[in-house]
Design a protein around this ligand. Structure first.
Ligand code: GDP
Ligand code: IMO
Ligand code: MG
Length: 504
């Protein structure tokens, strides 16, 4: 393990890196938490800048799994005196931070160095309720959110009626703003079926009814009391972290930025409206910790390979099983699918079964919601699109999942099959070929991927630590990806544990 840490340190030193960003180039869940964990040994400060508890970042340390939603993955290095920061761009659910600290306490992991931005956006119970009620009502047109209140929290911010972590430090101001914002939001709740409202308010996600008031919907005093308790727990951690990061940068400290979600889920760059509500790109991440994008020396784009996943609704051109898979994954549980698809395997001839086989092989069930993640082949048009955001180094992850898969398919381009459609100056008609994805759901829902097939490697990758130990078939495939995308493929993750990574 010390060897991996030293090698990653050398890798960053060779690039004279001081500020490193880890961003997901796909639809989230690429294993970026694991990449952050492996690089955190190098850093002095580790910071989250975007998203909130919609994120689920899993780290496996000595075979033991740790899942973080808000606390940065660098916290497991707290004993080394590193600072971990929840930055100003984050949607902060205090209850989740409290739960994560309680788990760290139970596991005897210190967390002295956790700091929270005074400008982090406070997630309030009515954000969570609104998120869940909308998804319930929309049924068909839903986004498939994580139900963590992320969209409504950022909406309040843009509507200039949001609350910040700083309001936890000032009880009177908290009460004033909470009352004002709720007054502005209350009529939204009156438009929902009262039975649905009650069901959501009584759910575990909202403390089993602790904020519910039959008449007013929300018991404002209960929210004030609960957030007052969080204020007591966190007050000494809430500071101006933008200034902290800017000073750390000026002092030449090593800074590691932990992205959340993925580029294709960014509100600014993703498959809008099937996106999250923050900008998960490199610049969104830098801004969300108080830095500028050009402060970032090395931005490591993380992508699963040679398959990929998506959770929730929205286009996914290479999805195995297509619309059948999308529909299945929006309601099914892991237990149900083991029964329904007994023939599932990464080599199944039936696409749906092959997709389930990948899910089982990669344990592709959401770290936040437990939902089955939709699976499909690696998509070069999407990858080329995401690379435009400027990642200057790539980490490919989960390579071991398709060990033993006989034929690997890579989407090299799309053929457009839909009705005549314009995207700016681009006129699409049936048969138009695209080599880079166009971020418009009308387009992405109407393309057929053009695949190139490669023979898979049949021996397990798990123990490889040197490029020379990798099968030639994989090296040829990586050469192809390099040539087709221009990406600098530098890190390969071949297992979930801290040690399972190669610098190539
Ligand atoms: P994140 O949201 O991008 O941090 O990713 P998640 O934690 O949601 O999902 C990634 C899952 O894959 C986690 O369960 C990780 O432990 C696991 N994982 C990460 N890298 C690898 C890898 O290289 N191989 C395998 N088999 N699992 C991995
Ligand atoms: P990490 O950081 C995968 C998806 C949801 C939904 C859409 C909007 O673990 O990679 P939201 O709750 O944000 O309003 O949901 O975005 N989504 C994620 N998918 N990984 C994540 O985070 C995600 N965070 C949000 O599934 O489709
Ligand atoms: Mg995740």
């Amino acid at each position: 393990m010390a060897d991996v840490r030293a090698r990653l340190g050398e890798f960053l030193a060779a690039r004279e890196a001081k500020v490193v960003a880890v961003v997901d180039l796909q639809f989230g869940d690429t294993g970026k938490g694991g990449i952050v964990d492996r690089l955190a040994g190098w850093a002095d400060v580790i910071a989250r800048g975007t998203g909130g508890a919609n994120a689920g970042h899993t780290i496996v340390l000595n075979g033991e799994s740790h899942a973080f939603h808000l606390v940065p993955c660098g916290i497991l290095y707290d004993a080394e005196g590193k600072l971990n920061v929840i930055g100003s761009g984050v949607a902060l659910a205090p209850s989740v931070v409290a739960d994560e600290l309680a788990v760290l306490d139970a596991e005897r992991h210190p967390h002295e160095g956790l700091r929270i931005s005074h400008r982090a956006h406070l997630v309030l119970p009515f954000h969570i309720a609104l998120d869940r009620l909308r998804e319930k009502r929309a049924a068909k047109g839903k986004i498939g959110t994580t139900g963590r209140g992320i969209g409504p929290c950022y909406e309040d911010y843009l509507a200039r009626q949001g609350l910040f972590a700083n309001d936890l430090l000032n009880p009177e101001e908290f009460r004033r703003k909470l009352t004002r914002t709720f007054a502005a939001r209350k009529n939204l709740f009156e438009a929902f079926d009262p039975a649905h409202v009650k069901e959501v308010m009584m759910s575990d996600a909202l403390g089993g009814g602790k904020y519910y008031d039959e008449k007013e919907i929300f018991a404002i005093e209960a929210i004030i009391a609960e957030y007052g308790r969080y204020a007591k727990t966190f007050a000494n951690r809430i500071i101006d972290t933008d200034a902290l990061l800017q000073e750390a940068k000026a002092a030449g400290k090593r800074i590691l930025l932990e992205g959340a979600q993925g580029h294709l889920l960014s509100v600014d760059y993703g498959t809008y409206p099937y996106v999250t509500s923050s900008d998960c790109s490199i610049e969104g991440l830098a801004k969300g910790v108080g830095l500028r994008p050009d402060d970032v020396d090395v931005s490591i784009g993380v992508a699963k390979f040679p398959y990929m996943t998506r959770v929730g609704e929205g286009p996914f051109p290479t999805e195995l099983g297509g619309t059948e898979s999308a529909a299945w994954c929006s309601t099914a549980t892991k237990e149900e699918e083991a029964k329904k698809y007994p023939g599932a395997s990464v080599n199944a001839k039936d696409e749906m079964e092959q997709g389930v086989g990948m899910r089982l092989a990669g344990f592709e069930y959401g770290a936040t919601t437990g939902r089955p993640r939709r699976t499909g082949w690696f998509d070069l048009p999407l990858f080329r699109y995401a690379l435009r955001n400027g990642a200057n180094s790539i980490a490919l992850t989960k390579l071991d999942v398709l060990d033993g898969c006989e034929t690997i398919r890579i989407a090299t381009a799309y053929r457009y099959d839909g009705p005549a459609y314009r995207v700016g100056a681009l006129e699409l008609t049936p048969g138009t070929e695209l080599t880079t994805a166009v971020m418009d759901p009308v387009v992405l829902k109407n393309v057929t991927p053009v695949y190139k097939e490669f023979p898979g490697w049949l021996s397990p990758l798990g123990k490889a630590r040197e490029k020379g130990a990798l099968p030639q078939k994989l090296l040829d495939l990586l050469d192809f990806i390099r040539k087709e995308s221009g990406a600098s493929l530098d890190l390969l993750s071949v297992g979930p544990d801290r040690d399972d990574i190669l610098v190539i």
